[in-house]
Design a protein around this ligand. Structure first.
Ligand code: DHE
Length: 558
């Protein structure tokens, strides 16, 4: 299969049991220029799944003991796979049924051959990044004393959207009321997420290159007021949301080096860097335990920091940063993304390689449950709603299975006591398709939305599914976002990705993520009628992916 399927993890065909005494050919040689080019491609396209040390996580292990040709040219010690140049080129080019994305439409034949050579060589260990390096990278562009003391623009900030323009290293600030682009702000490379400060004034944007940008929405034209490089490779950021700590601190997690940085919320001045290297839940040392999702508690001065490779969930108490207290909770591997339940007491995170959801009770500082699910859960932040039969549920989609899983979550409300017997059980699996990345609903909505951008079928990847939450047995509506956009059809898939509600819960915004030179768009649906309300498109809006509504992100509404 020309496997676009599940583009997030890779080279499964390379896996197999293989001993260390196994004879192998020498690795192919590369010139200095080739090595530099390969390194760049590896960072941009491969490291997110396989890790910079290539130990594997979402993607398979790519160390030379797997990737180099076997001496006999055909077999691994315990398996039957042909390794080496030819096979690697095929896997990189065409992907695999196991989930490796095909790169033949992204990389040239020469680049594919180069990458096949590169990964047969021993991985380079990138440099560390100290507190001093972090401090040296810190820039305050507009000091706090020179910033406005009140909102200087007339925008309805609650309904502003911070939109990732993935391939240009920018975010677009789009006015949710008028649908006008108010500002396009230069940020780090391939921005991953935006998060809001407790007050809703500041937007924090983290780039894959570890550049954190702080945007002040109160300025006449919102702009970046401070920057910090938290590492070389990063995905997560959040702020202090406990009462009394409004806008005081921020935290950002790095993939490389594996560590997190705590900083001042309004200037990004670094205060502390903490390494996440250590033992996995299986008791083995891991040199690259990357920081996956981070979320901020509203019931304690704490962040929930999810460490991918170790499967450890850290509750980091920020009430005394000099004497930092951390609770380490064992869960399962490899931790990725997650969100709060409706009560905001429990944080649910995907342990994607274990096909589990880990639920942390942040009130007691303990694991509440480890729930078995279908293959490769990928919730984004998940979605909460009242199930007609089972009461409060939190939902996750799956990259590797054709269902959306509904998990019953506890509630202190008297009228919910009857649902207690279902708590932490999978109460329903709604039929969907594999390749789903994000699900979403809103407390004021009766609809539940799920995308499928990683599905190999073009029509499916360009569509979203919508359920009526009052009657989940009704067939779901399928909306073809690419067709609804009215944009000219393209051979390449325009992935419909990341449903996000407006502040009032009446609109759903979906990105239509085309290639860098294609026309992309955001298609805005009326949530009640499922009809298109507006197509936001602009030559400057290149490769939009994640969208973060200020009010919903500030208050963790999903
Ligand atoms: Fe994401 C969230 C990691 C690829 C869009 N992504 C996250 C989070 C992590 C993560 C750890 C949770 C952050 C948090 O909540 O603090 N993502 C990774 C990867 O490692 C991976 C698989 C490969 C990589 O190299 O980055 C990856 N992600 C992608 C994409 O290709 C997506 C679809 C498009 C893009 O913009 O890059 C993408 N990821 C997103 C989005 C969120 C996200 C939109 C936030 C979801 C939300 O609603 O909060």
């Amino acid at each position: 299969m020309k496997g676009k399927l599940l583009g997030f993890f890779a080279l499964s065909a390379i896996a197999g049991a293989m001993g260390s005494a196994f004879a192998q050919d020498a690795a192919p040689t590369l010139t200095a220029a080739e090595k530099e080019a390969a390194k760049k491609i590896y960072f941009e396209r491969c490291a997110g799944c396989h890790g910079v040390l290539r130990k594997g996580a979402t993607g398979k292990n790519l160390e030379p003991h797997w990737t180099k040709t076997a001496k006999d040219g055909t077999k691994t010690e315990g398996g039957t796979r042909k390794l080496g140049q030819g096979r690697l080129e095929k896997i990189i080019g065409y992907g695999t049924d196991g989930g490796m994305v095909n790169f033949d439409d992204i990389l040239s034949k020469d680049e594919i051959a180069l990458m096949a050579k590169y990964i047969q060589n021993t991985p380079d260990v990138p440099p560390e990044y100290s507190f001093k390096d972090t401090m040296d990278s810190w820039k305050v562009i507009v000091p706090v004393k020179d910033r406005p003391t009140k909102q200087m623009n007339k925008f309805n900030l609650k309904n502003m959207f911070s939109v990732t323009l993935r391939d240009t290293g920018e975010v677009a600030l789009i006015d949710g009321d008028t649908k006008e682009i108010r500002s396009i702000v230069k940020t780090g490379y391939a921005v991953h997420i935006s998060r809001l400060s407790k007050s809703g004034r500041y937007v924090y944007v983290i780039g894959r290159d570890g550049k954190l940008s702080l945007i002040d929405l109160w300025m006449e034209k919102p702009a970046v007021v401070a920057e910090l490089k938290v590492g070389f490779d990063a995905r997560s950021v959040d702020t202090s949301k406990f009462k009394g700590y409004d806008d005081k601190y921020a935290i950002a997690g790095s993939y490389w080096p594996p560590q997190y940085v705590i900083m001042d919320g309004d200037t990004l001045k670094p205060l502390k860097v903490v390494s996440t290297r250590g033992m996995t839940v299986d008791g083995e040392y891991h040199p690259e335990p990357r920081v996956a999702s981070i979320v901020s508690s509203e019931i304690k001065p704490e962040w929930v920091v999810n460490i991918k490779e170790t499967g450890q969930i850290l509750l980091v108490d920020y009430s005394d940063i000099k004497n930092l207290k951390t609770t380490t909770i064992e869960s399962a591997k490899f931790l990725h993304d997650g969100g709060w339940d409706a009560s905001k007491r429990y944080f649910l995170v995907a342990a994607n390689a274990s096909n589990k959801i880990a639920a942390v009770d942040t009130k007691l500082g303990k694991l509440a449950a480890l729930i078995d699910t279908a293959k490769i859960p990928h919730p984004g932040r998940g979605a909460n709603f009242m199930h007609p039969k089972y009461g409060p549920v939190w939902a996750t989609g799956h990259l590797g299975a054709d269902v959306v899983t509904l998990i019953s979550t506890p509630s202190d409300k008297k009228e919910h006591a009857k649902y207690k017997e279902y708590n932490w059980k999978v109460v329903q699996e709604m039929k969907h398709v594999p390749g789903n990345l994000f699900v979403k609903t809103h407390p004021k909505s009766k609809h539940f939305w799920a995308d499928a951008p990683q599905n190999p079928d073009k029509d499916t990847a360009e569509s979203v599914a919508v359920w009526d939450m009052a009657d989940l047995s009704k067939p779901k509506a399928m909306l073809n976002v690419a067709k609804d956009s009215g944009l000219p059809p393209t051979k390449a898939t325009k992935r419909a990705v990341h449903p996000e509600y407006s502040a009032d819960g009446k609109e759903v915004w979906i990105s239509l993520w085309g290639g860098k030179t294609d026309q992309s768009a955001i298609v805005v649906y009326d949530d009640a009628t499922l009809k298109v309300k507006k197509v936001i498109t602009d030559p400057k809006m290149i490769t939009p992916t994640g969208k973060f509504n200020v009010y919903n992100t500030q208050h963790d509404i999903y």
